[in-house]
Design a protein around this ligand. Structure first.
Ligand code: NAD
Ligand code: UFG
Length: 339
């Protein structure tokens, strides 16, 4: 298949490009590099030994993106492109709605105009909302969004569901990711946040490398086994492979196909710090801080549907996730910036 990968220079997109190419698919990538680097594209080509077209276009520029559909016969789209910082979305909701919804509308209109009938969308566990019971199961309804970012994911899920009703033959795979971490085993691609990281793993990795002084643990008074927040961390390569199988099994089946992509078990912040300390070979310093606004105590996936219907389950454990993150951090201490 020839797959258009939007946001393919980003963290999850670049790892998925590697897995698609290694599974024998052809890809075309579009990314405006607002949160990524052209070097990720070069690294994907280096890892796989394969070249592919890359368009540095903004999906909000529909006229430019039309060229991609004119110049390539696309069989299916994997849509990663979007802004993803939960806190920033609270401060700049219009930016998030404009970018995430506007991009998706342009993409869906182009898909309609060029008769491309399959899309795989990067959704998030956040669509279950704050009130959902754990583990999260796909049969649960979407809850009340806890941020404009989460609301944008819910709205896009709805748009895709509506498009399935309206367009005969349309297939929409909605993949709800839990907490993707880790890096490609080569250490040549990984998560490259701008500035001080918001998310736990990149923060811990920068403490390990000496760029940051100590880990701040956001709260130790949650009703969890050690009082710190519990999340379902999943290796980004496992996640990427989930996209390949979802596409291969569901792209040609009209309808809405909804799957959690998680490992199905939670780790606390302190357990993650311990696992990373083991990967590094020394205890990493941390300090207990106040809770972060908006954080939930604990959630993880029920991963059974993906296992039964796609034959997919995560393979890599927390030790491997930390070891791969650490390899990437050591090889590229400044991410894709000049070292
Ligand atoms: P990322 O920021 O690394 O990748 C997103 C990519 O989209 C970036 O390369 C960015 O430059 C590009 N982009 C953004 N707006 C664009 C536009 N208008 N036109 C073209 N390109 C644009 O993020 P990621 O972690 O790889 O996440 C990929 C997707 O998965 C996102 O949609 C995100 O919301 C979703 N997701 C991520 C997580 C997570 O924890 N990382 C969890 C759940 C869902
Ligand atoms: N945490 C810390 N210290 C830090 C960063 C995080 O203790 O410096 C804790 C958080 O309180 C939480 C856990 O580590 O308990 C994980 O936090 P992350 O920021 O890494 O991830 P979140 O679970 O908050 O967010 C993720 C994705 C979002 C998505 C959200 C809900 O990054 O895109 O899950 O699905 F919206």
């Amino acid at each position: 298949m020839k797959i258009l990968v939007t946001g393919g220079a980003g963290f999850i997109g670049s790892h998925t490009c590697v897995e698609l190419l290694e599974a024998g698919h052809d890809i075309v990538v579009v990314d405006n590099l607002v949160n990524s680097s052209r070097k990720a594209i070069e690294a994907v080509q280096g890892i796989t030994g394969r070249k592919f077209p890359f368009y540095e276009y903004d999906l909000l520029d529909k006229a430019a993106c039309k060229e991609i559909f004119e110049q390539n016969t696309i069989d299916a789209v994997i849509h990663f492109a979007g802004l993803k910082a939960v806190g920033e979305s609270v401060e700049k909701p219009l930016l998030y709605y404009r970018n995430n919804l506007g991009s998706t509308l342009n993409l869906l209109e182009l898909m309609r105009d060029y008769s491309v009938n399959s899309i795989v969308f990067s959704s998030s566990a956040t669509v279950y909302g704050a009130e959902a019971s754990i583990p999260y199961v796909e049969s649960m309804p979407r809850g009340k969004a806890t941020s404009p970012y989460g609301a944008s994911k819910q709205m896009i899920e709805q748009m895709l569901e509506d498009q399935v009703v309206a367009e005969a033959g349309f297939s929409a795979v909605l993949l709800r990711y839990f907490n993707p971490i880790g890096a490609h085993e080569s250490g040549e691609i990984g998560e490259d946040p701008n500035g001080i990281p918001n998310n736990l793993l990149p923060y811990v990795a920068q403490v390990a490398s000496g760029k940051l002084e100590q880990i701040g643990v956001f709260g130790n008074d949650y009703p969890t086994r050690d009082g710190t927040g519990v999340r379902d961390y999943i290796h980004v390569t496992d996640l990427a492979r989930g996209h390949v199988v979802a596409l291969e099994k569901k792209a040609a089946q009209p309808g809405v196909h909804l799957y959690n992509l998680g490992a199905g078990r939670g780790y606390s912040v302190l357990e993650v710090v311990d696992a990373f300390s083991t990967a590094v070979g020394r205890k990493l310093p941390y300090k207990i801080m106040p809770r972060r606004a908006g954080d939930l105590p604990e959630y993880y996936a029920d991963p059974v549907k993906a296992k039964n219907e796609l034959g997919w389950q995560s393979e890599y454990d927390i030790g491997r996730m930390c070891a791969d993150t650490w390899r990437w951090q050591q090889k590229h201490p400044n991410g894709f910036e000049e070292e």
